[in-house]
Design a protein around this ligand. Structure first.
Ligand code: CO
Ligand code: CO
Length: 283
């Protein structure tokens, strides 16, 4: 059975590790994250952006994730990542998603709250967890571009009000990470994270963790981040391995042959990220 992220995140928060949320796009990428998490005994959040849901179909994603969760020793959640359309979220909850993120972070504070509350009141009726974001990350997520001038860090006091007023289950914070790849070494605002953690008691989420040095991600986890999102870092090794396969085997046309090196390359990164999250051996 697909679970919400409620228990797995509270458990992680209590024990200073993070649950990895891996963005998948199709059956192969879903199989990789599930296989690695099962082998390592790690809780798992399978994440899908709006364009992934559109590409793969909510019903297919729910069916595949449910198959993965059947007789599983590890808790598995199927999560809507960066969704902005309330009607789409409701539809996908009805289809069987067990967790969601409503990203209204581009809206003014009061409007963000109003939109998040609408999602929370719907989702909680079905025991579906809700993540929301306060502040804005620079970079490109799905089809949304935020440039550096627009990026806003999360204010600790506002974050506490936001969590209390919306009754969300987890909060995505903006502390200097970005979506996509970085130009230099990312500068994370650890003092800000510490202040947010002191004022907000629900699980905190780190977006834009791809391409951030492991020791920085590990530090955020030691300071209370309990969900880490990983997307870009998985896409690159998968596609590179497939490209390399075709360079060496230009006549090959069997997807079972050319997908396999992509899966193997991606799995190595998934294993590495689970180790960074310190979530292995928890189940
Ligand atoms: Co994100
Ligand atoms: Co690393």
């Amino acid at each position: 059975m697909l679970l919400s992220t409620k228990q797995m995140l509270l458990e992680a928060q209590k024990n200073y590790y993070a649950v990895p949320a891996f963005n998948i796009h199709n059956m192969e990428t879903l199989q990789v994250v599930v296989q690695a998490a099962k082998e390592m005994g790690s809780p798992l959040i399978i994440a899908a952006t709006p364009s992934t849901v559109e590409y793969a179909g909510a019903d297919y994603l729910v069916a595949m994730a449910s198959a993965a969760a059947q007789n599983s020793q590890i808790p598995i959640a199927l999560h809507l990542d960066h969704h902005e359309d309330v009607d789409v979220i409701k539809r996908d909850i009805d289809t069987g998603f067990s967790s969601c993120m409503i990203d209204a972070s581009k809206l003014p504070f009061e409007e963000n709250i109003a939109k998040v509350k609408e999602v929370v009141s719907y989702a909680h009726r079905y025991d579906v967890t809700v993540e929301a974001e306060l502040g804005k990350l620079v970079g490109i997520e799905d089809n949304v571009v935020v440039d550096a001038a627009e990026a806003i860090y999360t204010d600790p006091d506002s974050a506490a009000d936001f969590a209390a007023l919306t009754k969300i289950d987890s909060l995505a914070v903006a502390i200097g990470t970005a979506h996509g790849l970085y130009k230099g070494r990312p500068k994370l605002d650890f003092d800000r994270l510490k202040a947010i953690r002191a004022k907000v008691d629900i699980p905190l989420v780190l977006h834009g963790a791809s391409d951030v040095p492991d020791e920085l991600v590990e530090k955020t986890i030691s300071m209370g981040i309990c969900k880490v999102n990983i997307a870009t870092d998985l896409k690159i090794p998968f596609s590179n391995a497939v490209k390399e396969f075709f360079v060496n085997n230009p006549a090959e046309s069997d997807p079972r042959k050319y997908m396999t090196p992509g899966k193997e390359a991606m799995k190595k990164i998934v294993v590495h990220k689970i180790n960074v999250c310190k979530s292995a051996g928890r189940y």
